[in-house]
Design a protein around this ligand. Structure first.
Ligand code: ZN
Length: 119
């Protein structure tokens, strides 16, 4: 299973793998910590695993993995901060998108990149 390209954090890797293997997904996960520790990489890899349709995620061969790797997965919403913050309007847009039916799979993943909110 994945995370081979991520160095260290074995406990976190095992926890996330177990979540996928046991199909015990919660509605959201926060990846928090100091800058540069790999939060974004972990979050993206975890999202890819959640969305994968292969037997051992991520398979990198299913339609979902191919679209994910091409940054064109229709069920992945990525929010980029502007000037280091995410405006509340972007969160509202994400909420509106998140309640729509997924495009071709049963699952939906939403990925936030850094989050410091204000109006
Ligand atoms: Zn896959």
């Amino acid at each position: 299973m994945s995370f081979e390209n991520l160095v260290g954090n074995e406990e976190i890797k095992n926890t996330l793998r177990n979540i996928i293997t046991n199909k015990k997904l919660m509605h959201s996960y926060l990846f928090i910590g100091t800058s540069g520790i790999g939060k974004t990489l972990f979050a993206k890899e975890f999202a890819k695993m959640i969305l994968c349709d292969g037997e051992i995620p991520p398979c990198n061969e299913c339609k979902s993995c191919i679209e994910f790797n091409a940054n064109s997965h229709p069920d992945l919403i990525e929010i980029e901060p502007e000037a280091g913050t995410i405006k509340i309007e972007k969160i509202r847009q994400m909420r509106r998108k998140s309640i729509r039916k997924t495009n071709y799979i049963k699952k939906k993943s939403i990925y936030y990149k850094r989050c410091r909110l204000y109006d």
